[in-house]
Design a protein around this ligand. Sequence first.
Ligand code: NDP
Length: 307
Amino acid sequence: MTSLLLMSDNTNWLRELRKNLPNISIQHYPDLTKPEEIEFALVWNPKIGVLADLPNLKVIFSIGAGVDHILKDSSIPKKIPIIRMSDPFQHKMVAEYTLLTVLYVHRNIDVILRNNINKIWTEQTAKYTPNYTVGVLGLGNIGKSISEKMHSVGFSVLGWSRSKKDLNGVETFSGSEELKNMIPRCDYLICALPLTKETKGIINQTFLRIMKKDATLINIGRGEHIQEQDLLNFIDKVPLKRVFLDVFPKEPLEKSHPFWTHPKIFVTPHMAGEILPESAVFSVKKGIEKFQTGNSLENIYDRGKGY
Ligand code: NDP
């Protein structure tokens, strides 16, 4: 019988896999009863060497949009495809998180919170949303979902990706020259890029210097997209209005980190989008069915591109 190896402490995965993949036996690490039957692996932070030892492993599914936790095991044969998790519920969650942060600033919630403490009733001047621009860096699974959400609320939306895109309601840009034209137009800039050699440290002083005055920066990509010292140096000089950071090079963020106490920085604990087995199991199921019927797999990690 075909088996799937689950390497995750989240036992909800076990429940959902058993319920939704009745024809596949699930072996939950470390209880490998028949390693030779394992064709599929669904993993988070796999123990080094375990996957390479499975003689019939065909496909590895990542419990996460990123695959860095798998790549740190260099013993895994490169011919085995690694599938990045692409779960519509997670995409929706991330889009909702970014909408929350954008509306927090757009509807002056900072001011309202302060006024509440002091029991002050001050009418707020309404803003005409279409006159405000949201820029999205990265137009993949997550970036597309964010762009659609922002467009549906009425913002003008700009989006940047590696290859040129044609997306309803989004003015699209590609390449570094076009990025330079896009950044100064954005009132809200959201980073939804994968971490690669090209995107590491992309939000540096050159980037920050051309941001619009009073713009808001939101990073849900990876912590390493931001040059932290440049951000701290330029946050007041640019000047940025607010910065929401959900991801950090080292998580949890250390208590001594200056981001915690900077008045313009809002730290959230990598919560923008979760992978929930109740929903994500269907992406795994679809991937297995595609593989078993000889169809090409989607969301394969491309070692050349780095995402
Ligand atoms: P995808 O691989 O689906 O999309 C990546 C996008 O980035 C693509 O549009 C790609 O362009 C673009 N891109 C990549 N490299 C470049 C470059 N050098 N220049 C311009 N554009 C580039 O990724 P996802 O949408 O799944 O994930 C995006 C990020 O969100 C990841 O970092 C992921 O870890 C993070 N994430 C964070 C979560 C959280 O809770 N904070 C939750 C889920 C994801 P092209 O389309 O041309 O290939």
